[in-house]
Design a protein around this ligand. Structure first.
Ligand code: MIC
Ligand code: SF4
Length: 649
């Protein structure tokens, strides 16, 4: 397949620095921009600092504070100071707490069509709404990109999504991506980049496109991308950034590995039912569901357009007496606009509880629903327990359905409002970057404040030849990184303290996990399909590694988590269904002669010591990944490399 005619293909080609764009190959691409957020950023910057580099080598790097903004102790505030000092010291823009969710702010203030963006957050593909090639990665990969290293990835398959028609009343961008999740499932995007094309594209605004690319993460895709067209030009113009516009389109005749058609005109309002973003049904087919809470916001649906629509729908109405409506605008710009055009007053009058501009309830930071309660959220993830209430039932929906639920206390078709109000994107926005601190031109040698909760990175030894492991946990399919290491107000403040956060590994799935790990020493986990879906948090690999995890034997892995396991020297082994059934929790296993085998062969023999039975496990690694595993992790591998390069200059 020739990549020249494709949006992502062209950007990949222009940024290619190693390998070639051939199916199944591995390539290295130049990264123009990086973003970090506070919950992954502290670790990413500790890793960057361990490389001993003077200044970031990207065109632009931005550090956001949006996750841990509830400060119930000193930990988060200390992390914010650390991030602010590091940003000034190494040449990174710093978006202060209160300025907004990384993806929303980046779209507004920094995104550039045609550029590459690597972010330590799985929803970085939001930038695809602007025609960027924007991908999520583990913090260590982002640290290396900041050090000027290429990002290594498997050559993706390209999936073309042809949009036809236009959205009917009461149907929004969220329904487009929920429709795709219904068709493709949470595994449908694995190994792929999704490119949107066709006559339906022009009718979608940039924030709507960004809602769609944002939730491409839930399909498991590398990223998703829209063309950069007149709509993009107007959006950048309204942000006072016209000079960054360039047209990018997929040319006629672009042939895709796979192609799909979506007729926008035939879509209806949809919801994703508990507990998976692909458990999608039409609102009309749902039956009578009583709602306790409605939460509007998150990087998926918190643009000015979304909240302005909600304000118009709620204007003159009141929130149902049994519903709590909480709203977290995506950025300070969005909040400032709502305050200026009267929308904020309409929301307050209706009875909405206005939250801080941040991720908030999306990462379980606050507003946990009541026991057994139903929450309708405009967010992107409804994994069990992520809301902070284990038995809560979270439904994902667009702002139209959410507003209708807030008023009626039921999940109903938003046509109950009468006719849909018109929402247009403003020509001019309230622009004020005073909450973004520009780094000084030359790096400052100033002090980096490191509060007592910020602990240095654990040392990881290289991979031994033989591993004797105890399988202390066996899981089913689609285990999420929230299952492995939950978010929430209690655990997130420990993101810069691996020994402390490690005490919460699998806390909600298996309360015995820590004790069993302590007893066993070196441990293994057996997983089903799509092990590690969800976030980019490398803590979900490093914290179990800290507890002695050396191998995960699973039916298949989610892309981001697999990369993080390798980055910290944990073997991601693929096993057959019959062998999955054979291994029991508590089983002791032996993997022998690994260092020799790992250099060439991709099958390892795993001995089940209880029965003496041996099974085969696939270790499908690229040559680079093999070296990382042998070194005991990526940091071990590159640290020496950077040191010798420094000594040679
Ligand atoms: C999420 O939505 O799960 C997060 C919190 O934004 C994560 C990052 C993290 O765990 O810090 C993500 O999506 O990558
Ligand atoms: Fe924040 Fe939620 Fe978006 Fe993650 S998905 S970046 S927690 S708003």
């Amino acid at each position: 397949m020739s990549y020249e005619k494709h949006l992502a293909g062209r950007i990949l080609k222009e940024h290619l620095v190693a390998g070639s764009l051939a199916p199944d190959g591995e390539i290295g691409i130049r990264i123009d921009q990086t973003l970090t957020q506070d919950a992954t950023g502290t670790l990413a910057y500790l890793e960057f600092m361990a490389l001993g580099i003077e200044k970031v080598r990207t065109r632009l790097s931005v550090s956001y504070v949006d996750h841990n903004t509830v400060q119930t102790g000193f930990e988060n505030a200390d992390d914010h100071n650390f991030l602010q000092d590091v940003a000034a010291r190494y040449g990174v823009f710093f978006s202060r707490p209160g300025n907004g969710i990384s993806h929303q702010v980046h779209l507004e203030r920094f995104g550039v069509p045609g550029e590459t963006l690597l972010g330590s957050d799985s929803h970085t593909p939001t930038g695809g709404g602007l025609g960027m090639l924007a991908m999520g990665a583990g913090g260590l990969d982002v640290a290396l990109a900041m050090a000027g290293e290429p990002f290594t990835m498997k050559v993706p398959r390209l999936m073309g999504i042809m949009l036809k028609g236009s959205l009917p009343p009461w149907v929004g961008a969220k329904d487009v991506i929920l429709h795709l999740l219904q068709r493709l499932t949470v595994r449908g995007g694995l190994g792929r980049i999704l490119e949107y094309c066709g006559p339906g594209v022009a009718g979608l605004s940039v924030p709507e496109r960004a809602t769609i690319t944002n939730m491409g993460a839930e399909l498991g895709a590398w990223t998703s991308i829209f063309p950069s067209d007149e709509v993009t030009r107007r959006f950048l113009g309204s942000q006072g950034r016209s000079e960054f516009w360039q047209p990018i389109s997929n040319e006629g005749g672009a042939v895709y590995d796979e192609a799909l058609e979506v007729n926008l005109s035939s879509l209806a309002p949809l919801v994703a039912c508990p507990h998976s973003p692909d458990a999608v049904v039409r609102v009309e087919d749902l039956g009578d569901i009583r709602v306790d809470q409605v939460a509007i916001g998150s990087c998926t649906n918190s643009s000015y357009r979304d909240l302005n629509l909600v304000a118009k729908l709620l204007s003159g109405r009141k929130v149902h007496p049994e519903v709590n409506l909480v709203i977290a605008p995506g950025s300070r710009q969005v909040l400032a606009m709502l305050a200026r055009d009267g929308s904020l007053a309409a929301l307050i009058d209706a009875g909405a509880r206005i939250l801080e501009v941040a991720c908030g309830p999306c990462i379980g930071m606050n507003q946990a629903p009541p026991s057994g309660g139903v929450s309708v959220r405009t967010f992107n993830r409804n994994f069990e327990g992520r809301s902070g209430t284990k038995d809560a039932k979270v439904y994902l929906a667009g702002p139209q359905v959410a507003a209708a639920a807030a008023v009626t206390g039921r999940i109903v078709h938003p046509s109950m409002f009468g006719s849909e109000p018109r929402v247009t994107d403003p020509e001019y926005l309230h622009l004020d970057d005073s909450m973004i601190i520009t780094p000084p031109k030359d790096p400052v040698s100033g002090r980096v404040r490191m509060g007592p909760n910020i602990k240095s990175l654990p040392d990881l030894e290289p991979l031994p030849d033989d591993l004797l492991l105890t399988v202390i946990l066996k899981t089913g399919d689609n285990i999420t990184t929230d299952d492995i290491l939950p978010g929430g107000g209690k655990i997130l403040p420990l993101r810069s303290n691996i020994p402390a956060i490690a005490q919460f590994v699998f806390a909600s799935k298996d309360p015995q996990f820590i004790e069993n790990a302590r007893k066993a020493g070196n441990i293994a986990i057996v997983g089903g399909e799509n092990y590690g879906q969800g976030s980019s948090r490398e803590h979900a690999a490093l914290a179990p590694r800290f507890l002695g995890l050396r191998a995960v034997l699973a039916r298949s892995f989610a892309r981001l988590h697999r990369a993080n396991l390798i980055n910290f020297g944990v073997l991601p082994l693929i096993i057959a269904q019959k062998d999955y059934e054979r291994i029991g929790q508590g089983e002791r296993i032996k993997i022998a002669g690994i260092r020799a085998i790992i250099e060439g062969i991709s099958l390892l023999s795993v001995e089940l010591l209880e029965t003496g039975f041996s099974i085969n496990a696939g270790l499908y690694l690229s040559p680079r990944e093999r070296n990382i595993i042998l070194a005991g992790g990526l940091l071990n591998m590159v640290r020496n490399d950077f040191k010798s390069r420094r000594n040679n200059v």
